[in-house]
Design a protein around this ligand. Structure first.
Ligand SMILES: Cc1ncc(C[n+]2csc(CCOP(=O)(O)OP(=O)(O)O)c2C)c(N)n1
Length: 422
């Protein structure tokens, strides 16, 4: 409609000015294609990586824990700063104990979060529990920040009768309705379009959705669907990419050839920020600003947090098969986000060796006691595996459950029935 009107006006003007069509050169008029707003050019030139400078990486703290530009200081109060540090270190304590317990065969699987502590805690601290989280699987710091308890966490890893997920999923597939943390599932990236949909539903409600994913997951088709839907449907969602350099053994330079994941944002019409994912204050500022923008404009935002996966991909992986010890050491010592934040707190007299010692002893004690309690609990009753497939159990499932009942009765000596709730 608008287009044909423009063309008519143009024609009318030509006639009024007694111009003949041969002088109506298209290049003197801006292009009016509906598909893009752009200028004409007579230069035959491909647009490529040389046409852009890579997105810069936003930082607040330097490696020595000093604020680089005072105007970027979020001026968080000391309780918040202390909680941030405690949750970052609690993550480390948890990871060590659960990783080792998997090595001993006490739980079946585990994934650590080493190196990504600042990305979890910095982003979580900038939101409220009212904001909805969709995660991948390496974001347990966000749950800790929101108050997910150690027993809840251990019950999930053990799949015992207290686990709200009824022991049906692999360890680390956490979820919490109370904390607005949508249950994790293994198929990569499926959470991204779902997060866009949830944000669409929450439009105008003063809440934001944050959706975490890795740079590897960003290669899935669902990432494209999510980014484009979120942009075209104006969804208040923060897409938070943890770019940790690896997707299992695939390094980022085999995953994509563009300017990381952030480089894709403007292509979707999404405001984008690349941040130092090892700097909790920079991640905090980035997420806070993203939330403000997403809510006031009702639009998506993309944050790419640059970090490094210090641990193995999971307990099923030995990363020494594809990367050097020197590389990992560099990130776990020189570029360690926890050490950097500790220096910041110490520079401001908010932390010291004594507090560290006391806190780590307390954290270990709490983690071990939750772990031992969870280990002692029985597994859920076996019949749970037939429930919640549908809201009401269809007849054919009832039949399967009954036949299982008879079977277990008859052959109970062949099943570990004593480990399961009655
Ligand atoms: C659809 C799908 N394909 C493959 C896998 C197997 N898989 C699990 S994790 C992973 C790598 C993901 O890497 P990234 O997104 O960068 O996250 P990171 O593990 O580095 O945190 C792969 C390929 C899967 N779970 N789902």
């Amino acid at each position: 409609m608008a287009l044909s009107k423009n063309v008519c006006v143009l024609f009318k003007r030509c006639f009024q000015n007694k111009l003949s069509f041969k002088y109506l050169s298209t290049h003197s008029q801006p292009p009016i294609f509906p598909g893009a707003k752009a200028e004409w050019t007579q230069k035959l030139e491909f647009t490529g990586t040389h046409s852009y400078s890579p997105l810069p990486i936003y930082q607040v703290l330097d490696q020595q824990g000093q604020i680089i530009d005072a105007s970027e200081d979020p001026k968080l109060n000391s309780n918040i700063l202390e909680k941030m540090y405690k949750d970052m270190t609690l993550l480390n304590v948890l990871d060590k104990i659960l990783y080792e317990s998997q090595r001993q065969g006490r739980i079946s699987f585990y994934m650590t979060n080493y190196g990504e502590e600042a990305a979890h805690i910095g982003s979580a601290a900038a939101l409220t529990t009212n904001d909805v989280v969709y995660g991948q699987y390496r974001e347990v710091g966000v749950l800790l920040w929101r108050g997910f308890t150690l027993p809840e966490l251990m019950n999930q890893c053990y799949g015992n009768a207290e686990d709200k997920g009824k022991g049906r999923q692999m360890p680390v597939h956490y979820g919490s309705k109370n904390l607005n943390f949508v249950t994790i599932s293994s198929p990569l990236t499926t959470q991204m379009p779902q997060a866009a949909g949830a944000a669409y539903a929450l439009k105008g409600k003063n809440r934001v959705v944050i959706c975490y994913f890795g740079e590897g997951a960003a290669s899935e088709g669902d990432a494209h669907a999510a980014l484009n839907f979120a942009a075209t449907l104006d969804c208040p969602v923060i897409f938070f990419c943890r770019n940790n350099g690896y997707a299992i053994s695939t390094p980022a330079n085999e995953q994509y050839r563009g300017d990381g994941i952030g480089g894709r944002g403007p292509g979707y019409g999404i405001n984008t920020l690349r941040v130092d994912g090892n700097d909790p204050l920079a991640v905090y500022n980035a997420t806070r600003k993203a939330k403000e923008y997403a809510i006031t404009e009702s639009k998506p935002v993309l944050i790419e947090a640059m970090t490094y996966r210090v641990g193995h991909h999971s307990t099923s992986d030995d990363s020494s098969a594809y990367r050097s010890k020197e590389e990992v050491d560099h990130w776990s010592t020189n570029q360690n986000p926890v050490n950097r934040f500790r220096m910041y707190l110490q520079n401001n007299n908010l932390w010291n060796d004594e507090l560290e010692k006391k806190w780590l002893a307390e954290a270990r004690k709490n983690v071990i006691s939750a772990f031992e309690e969870a280990e002692k609990r029985p597994k859920p009753n076996w019949s749970e595996m037939f429930k919640d497939v549908y809201e009401t159990m269809p007849d054919y499932l009832v039949k399967q459950m009954e036949s299982m009942q008879k079977h277990v009765e008859q052959y109970k000596e062949h099943y570990p029935v004593k480990n399961y709730s009655k």
